[in-house]
Ligand binder design. Structure first.
Ligand code: SAH
Length: 263
C-alpha cells in the first residue's frame, strides 16, 4: 500500500483533533471498568496512556474525585488541547498532561495504583504494552484498557485490510486473555463496549465534522478524497461491526504472596 501523503495526515488531524475522543468509549464504560478496580486507594496515582485529547482522562478525574492523573500522548496538539481544558476547569492540580512516548513513559517504576489506556496499547503490540504497564504498576495496582478483538472469522476484505494496517497482530478475546495471564496479571473482569460507545463521542461527531469539512473543501479534490476515505470507517462499522469489537479489560498486578512466617 502507498504511504499516506502529508495532505492525508493534515486532513486526518483536522477531523480527529476536533472530536471529544479519538477512539470508541464513553463515560458509562469507564465507570463500569472503574467499578472492577476494587480497593483502589482514596486518592490513587493514575497514568492514562495514549490519552488523545483526554475524553476519558476528564471522565476519570470526575469519577475518581481525588488523586492525580498523569496523561501521556505522543501527539502534541492533543496534549495542548487537553491542557487548555484542564486549565479552564481548574483541574491543573490533578491532571498533568504531557507529550511522551508510552513505549518509554519516563515515569518511576512501580509507582501507579491504576493505569488506564483506551484504544492505544495496541500501537505497541499488546504483549509489549502489558510488560511496560506491569513494570509501572505497584503490586496490587490495576490496569484498565480497551483493545480491538475479532469476533468472527472471515471478515470482509475491506475490514480485514484496515485492521491489518492498524493492528496486524489483532487476535480474538481468548488471545488477549492469554496475553494478560502470560503478562503476570490477574483478570478482574472484562466486557464488550456497547455500540453506543462507538457513536456518542466518536463516530457521530466524526461524521458531523466530515460533513462540515466537505463544505469547507468543496472545490479541493485532494482534500475531498481524503475526507471520503476517512468517512469509510464509520460507514464500514455500520455494515460490519459484528465482525470485531472493542473489549474493556481490567487486570491486576498481583500482590506478593503472603509466604507466612515459620512458627
Ligand atoms: N485514549 C483516547 C485516544 C485513543 S487514539 C481515546 O480513547 O479517545 C490512540 C492515541 O494513542 C492517539 O492519541 C495517539 O496519538 C496515541 N499514541 C499512539 N502511539 C503512541 C505512543 N507510542 N506514545 C504515546 N501515545 C501514542
Amino acid at each position: 500500500m502507498n504511504q499516506p501523503s502529508t495532505r492525508y495526515w493534515e486532513i486526518f488531524f483536522e477531523v480527529f483533533e476536533s472530536l471529544p475522543r479519538q477512539g470508541p468509549g464513553n463515560r458509562a464504560c469507564a465507570e463500569r471498568a472503574l467499578d472492577l478496580c476494587r480497593d483502589l486507594p482514596r486518592s490513587p496515582a493514575v497514568l492514562d496512556l495514549g490519552c488523545g485529547v483526554g475524553g476519558q482522562t476528564l471522565h476519570l478525574a470526575e469519577l475518581i474525585g481525588s488523586g492525580s492523573i498523569v496523561a501521556i500522548d505522543s501527539h502534541a496538539p492533543s496534549i495542548e488541547r487537553l491542557r487548555a481544558v484542564v486549565a479552564a476547569r481548574g483541574l491543573a492540580q490533578r491532571i498533568d498532561a504531557i507529550v511522551g512516548d508510552m513505549a518509554s513513559p519516563q515515569q518511576p517504576r512501580g509507582s501507579f495504583d491504576l493505569i488506564w489506556s483506551e484504544g492505544a496499547l495496541y500501537n505497541l503490540g499488546l504483549r509489549n504494552a502489558l510488560r511496560i504497564c506491569h513494570d509501572l504498576l505497584h503490586p496490587g495496582g490495576y490496569l484498565a484498557f480497551t483493545d480491538p478483538v475479532w469476533r468472527k472469522d472471515n471478515p470482509p476484505p475491506a475490514i480485514k485490510a484496515s485492521f491489518e494496517i492498524e493492528y496486524p497482530t489483532m487476535g480474538r478475546l481468548e488471545d488477549d486473555l492469554a496475553a494478560i495471564r502470560d503478562g503476570g496479571f490477574d483478570l478482574a473482569g472484562h466486557f464488550t463496549l456497547p455500540d453506543e460507545a462507538w457513536w456518542e463521542d466518536f463516530y457521530t461527531p466524526m461524521e458531523a465534522r466530515i460533513a462540515e469539512l466537505r463544505d469547507q473543501y468543496s472545490g479541493d479534490f485532494a482534500a475531498s478524497a481524503v475526507l471520503e476515505q476517512i468517512a469509510e470507517e464509520p460507514r464500514m462499522h455500520r455494515l460490519h461491526c459484528d465482525f470485531y469489537a472493542y473489549e474493556f479489560f481490567v487486570a491486576r498486578r498481583p500482590l506478593p504472596q503472603n509466604r507466612g512466617r515459620p512458627t
